[in-house]
Write a protein that binds this ligand. Structure first.
Ligand code: ATP
Length: 287
């Protein structure tokens, strides 16, 4: 008997009664993405250090943590979006179904088709609603027998069809912010990705539009694997199956590096985290 075993931390404030993903994670045993000892640099600066994590199929994985801890940097490493930032470099291994995403012969364009991304600010093209959806399939050379059908399917999947079906030829820029974000999700879906990365997709939206996107994420997780960066802990608690808590640590030289502190089921992270720093962040005492 180990009588010196520390007592588990008390339940924290953000207990998660509304989480719809409680219980056995769907399909989560199958790993889609894996990070092994991943460090990410901007020039000489090591923004993220030594991250190990796996992302399960058809799960929603939330990345949370204080500003500057490297959440977006890690997210962008999952579809080689960091390649587009001059001086950015990924060390370690990121694999997608066991295949090294950064291997020489891997085409980053194909990576981004299979692992799509939705950004913080809705960024539709200054084109019609229809052309926003049709653009990806056209430029990636997808063989599409019926583009109208594909556009309708993507818009339906993104829960936008009923609102736009009578104005497909109108500019996407005339849509509300929430509609624009669902259009961006439809645009991502149109090229048949397997994973959707979302970088604070609701931060520019009001609570009603946010709630619609959260419902949509839940629906989409039946068919897609989703990784979301969010500042909103309630959102992580509501929508995700698993949560990764990052923070920035200062090294001997006084440099700050993002580190993954704890990664577990969302329920565990929000009710009984193993790490004191996670608990302090969740309860608002730090960060
Ligand atoms: N393009 C860039 N060039 C140089 N440094 C960068 C770049 N992007 C991010 N960084 C630095 O990397 C670190 C991690 O940034 P990142 O944006 O990934 O953090 P974050 O946790 O997503 O922050 P936030 O929650 O504020 O969006 C920060 O110190 C940031 O200044």
């Amino acid at each position: 008997m180990n009588s010196t075993r520390p007592a588990p931390p008390p339940p924290v404030a953000l207990v998660n009664p509304a989480n719809r993903n409680e219980g056995a994670p769907r399909g989560g045993d199958e790993q889609v993405l894996r990070l092994e000892d991943v460090s990410i640099f901007y020039g000489d600066y090591q923004a993220v250090r030594g991250v190990d994590m796996t992302i399960g199929r058809h799960q929603i994985t939330a990345l949370i943590g204080p500003s500057g801890c490297g959440k977006s940097t890690v997210l962008r490493s999952l579809n080689r979006m960091n390649d587009l930032i001059p001086g950015a470099r990924v060390a370690g291994r990121v694999t997608f179904h066991g295949e090294d995403l950064y291997a020489r012969d891997v085409d980053p364009i194909e990576v981004r088709r299979r692992i799509g991304m939705v950004f913080q600010k809705p960024n539709p093209f200054p084109k019609s609603i229809y052309d926003n959806i049709a653009y990806g399939p056209r430029v990636t050379g997808m063989k599409v027998s019926n583009m109208d059908e594909l556009v309708e399917k993507a818009l339906r999947r993104a829960a936008l069809w009923d609102e736009v079906k009578d104005k497909l030829k109108q500019s996407a820029l005339a849509l509300s912010g929430g509609q624009q974000q669902r259009l961006c999700i439809a645009r991502t879906i149109a090229v048949s990705p397997e994973v959707i990365l979302m970088d604070e997709p609701c931060s520019a939206l009001d609570p009603i539009a946010t709630s619609k996107i959260e419902d949509l994420m839940f629906e989409l997780s039946r068919d897609y694997t989703i990784v979301i960066v969010t500042h909103n802990m309630q959102q992580a608690a509501r929508v995700s199956h698993r949560t990764a808590f990052f923070t920035a640590e200062v090294d001997e030289q006084g440099e700050r590096h993002g580190r993954l502190i704890e990664y577990d089921t969302t329920n565990k992270i929000f009710t009984n985290p193993a790490q004191k720093r996670t608990e302090e962040y969740i309860t608002g005492r730090f960060g």
